[in-house]
Ligand binder design. Structure first.
Ligand code: GLU
Length: 461
């Protein structure tokens, strides 16, 4: 049975890169009826914060990445790491390193001078039992290093995404498993967790490729079979540099707060670096689960294109029933002190094609919430023309309140006053909405309560 996992370190909010890694693991598990596990890697007490863990869980839930197992916390598994440390020490596969920072620095300095690669020279692996005992008795602090077998040769794996990868074990030194403060390093804890939790497939960022050979050596030392690895390319901004705050929002929460639908961000992230049908960009969650294939993940970095996200978000907004869309708009309206009313539903089909986000509805159509709406610059100039409005309300009131009749009345009125309709209509639009652009004026008026429109026309008169 397939088991995947997402293993964030709670050192910040859930970044879109992390969310995409989580999402690929989620899709993989769902596609094959497997299990998706969540593990919080909080062994670094200085950088990990419980509020970040909380936030990561909230973002995952919002995005629809529901996990089946966990969240496990590494900080609660210290005894487990300790027991495997003891096992490796006993079997001579790991050893205590008493070297101080100064000693290590001096060693590296000498290597640099000799033009050699800087690496641990394994000196503590050659300590005698007596020397070790003496140092322990003195209470000297120590780290624990893996004893990398000298003759191990090529370490290789078939990466689900990248294909065959190999490195020579001679490039690795005896790296640290447990720091002198007793905390396990990422590589050590991750192996113990992935194995003991039964993880079968590990999909993670390609920045972890250098860690994978080390992890393979730890699996071997413990006599365990490795999971299948897959390394996903990075995400870049449009300028082809690593995606960062400079490119705008990078946290999942920020997208929620901007008014992106979780299903749209899900859709967008699932396509970030994976290609299925070049002519299609909008998918439901189920379709993405059915389509998912790690072989379709590209080898090269994916570019985060905000315009594409906007497009996908709009398409998902259009897929929602208008009642549901209005429900989703509600918190954004309320944040501005506006109240959503039943008639607003009629404006959804008129405005959705102009919206990128839920927030846009509130910003573009503030005039349906309040008489104190904003007036755009162009509308301001139009309003200065002070065209006639007297009697218009009465004429409109005498006819049925639908687009067709509204148009007839406005045309006749403009003609009567000797004003070209194409000059007059923008004036009416500016009076009732404060905007110089918008949906068809007559349909807009029809969708607005008659009383609201007439009130504005009369007030201006
Ligand atoms: N805690 C690691 C990270 O956030 C997990 C890496 C992995 O998936 O193995 O980068």
């Amino acid at each position: 049975m397939i088991k995947t996992r997402f293993a964030p370190s709670p050192t910040g909010f859930l970044h879109v890169g992390g969310a995409r890694t989580a999402l690929f693991n989620y899709l993989f598990a769902r596609k094959f009826g497997g299990t998706f596990l969540l593990r919080i890697e909080d062994t670094d007490p200085e950088r990990s914060k419980p509020e970040y863990s909380e936030q990561i869980l909230i973002s995952m839930k919002w995005l629809g990445l529901d996990w089946d197992e966990g969240p496990y916390h590494q900080s609660q598994r210290m005894d487990i790491y300790k027991s495997y440390t003891e096992q490796l020490l006993k079997e001579g596969k790991a050893y205590r390193c008493f070297c101080t920072q100064e000693e290590l620095e001096e060693m590296r300095e000498q290597q640099r001078k000799a033009g050699l690669p800087t690496r641990y020279d394994g000196r503590c692996s050659r300590l005698t039992q007596e020397e070790i005992k003496e140092k322990l008795d003195k209470g000297m602090p120590y780290a624990i290093r893996l004893k990398v077998p000298q003759d191990r040769g090529i370490i290789a794996w078939d990466d689900m995404v990248k294909g065959h990868i190999e490195i020579n074990s001679s490039e690795l030194d005896d790296f640290i498993l447990v720091r002198s403060d007793g905390t396990p390093t990422y590589n050590f804890a991750v192996v113990i967790d992935d194995y003991t939790m039964g993880v079968t497939h590990v999909l993670r960022g390609e920045d972890h490729i250098p860690n994978t050979p080390k992890q393979i050596l730890i699996y071997e030392a413990l006599g365990w079979e490795t999971p299948v690895f897959g390394h996903v390319p990075m995400i870049l901004g449009k300028d082809k540099t690593k995606l960062s705050k400079r490119h705008g929002a990078v946290g999942v929460e920020a997208y929620r707060d901007e008014g992106y639908l979780p299903e749209a961000l899900f859709n967008f992230l699932a396509l970030l670096g994976a290609s299925y049908d070049p002519d299609r960009e909008v998918y439901t969650k189920q379709e993405l689960i059915d389509l998912f294939d790690p072989k379709k993940i590209g080898l090269h970095a994916a570019v985060f294109d905000p315009d594409k996200l906007n497009y996908i978000n709009r398409e998902h907004m259009k897929m929602l029933p208008p009642e549901e869309l209005l429900e989703r708009i509600k918190p954004f309206a309320e944040a501005k002190g506006f109240k959503v009313e039943p008639f607003h539903i009629k404006l959804i089909p008129l405005l959705v094609d102009r919206m990128h986000t839920l927030k846009d509805f509130v910003e573009m159509a503030d005039y349906i919430f309040t008489d104190d709406f904003s007036i755009d610059e162009k509308a301001q100039t139009i309003l200065e023309k002070n065209m006639p409005l007297d009697g218009l309300s009465d004429e409109l009131k005498a006819q049925p309140w639908d687009a067709e009749h509204i148009e007839q009345v406005l045309r006749a009125y403009a003609q009567d006053k000797g004003i070209k309709p194409r000059d007059y209509f923008p004036f009416v639009r500016a009076v009732i909405s404060g905007k110089s652009v918008g949906p068809s004026l007559f349909h807009l008026m029809e969708a607005m309560p008659q009383e609201m429109v007439l009130r504005r026309l009369t007030a201006r008169n």
